[in-house]
Ligand binder design. Sequence first.
Ligand code: ATP
Length: 234
Amino acid sequence: MILDLQQLTAGYRKLQILHELSLHVDRHEIVSLIGANGAGKTTTLRAIAGLIGTMGGKIVFEGEEIQGQRPDTIVRSGLVHVAQDRALFGDLQVWENLEMGAYTQPRSSIKGSLDEVFDLFPILAERRKQVAKTMSGGQQQMLAIGRALMARPRCLTLDEPSVGLAPNLVSQVLDAIKAIRDSGVTVLIVEQSARQALAISDRAYVIENGAIVLEGTGAELSDDPRVREAYLGM
Ligand code: ATP
């Protein structure tokens, strides 16, 4: 197990959103967390990344409790988050955004990391000198993921990587996520478009009102009548 949330309680000021939420991610898995708008998916990832405090429970990464640690400490320990808004440096070029992602890494490793990201997303190599904000939504998503990989994570968390993308780009991004998993990085992904997330997931959890209500393999959940009705529109 690489990441283990144990009865995690978290929220905003006094507003509790996550209620003793437990889930785990094994090494080299893609695990997705699916659920309706407002169920607490983003809050879960923000808590893991140290962007919001926790109110109770534990977040264990590679055997160490990380709840309460600073976001940059968590990045340095190998757990890197890609936020839904992507948070790119819009006025900087593609390669500059990527280099920024390597701020925790020795300079000597940057060239190798860049080559890996360019292998995964050839479009970023072609457009390395393009200003980030002038790229399409799909390319910006690839850049956000590429920038996260520059920190050489062992576990990547992705908040709705397919949101707002044209269907052909969604499959490109999801294929890249599989390639990232195959390269040895564990992935926890949050998605509202459950169908595609389940298709690439080794396992998945369903979150409702801040707690896990179902779990299974991607295939099991795709076949579950409750999931089909509530999340797959069937
Ligand atoms: P979405 O797909 O809409 O992002 P989600 O499952 O990711 O949904 P969260 O973003 O985690 O849901 O939100 C869970 C709840 O927390 C919602 O009721 C939301 O209104 C509330 N919430 C989110 N951010 C804040 C905040 N900064 N302050 C107060 N409440 C917030």
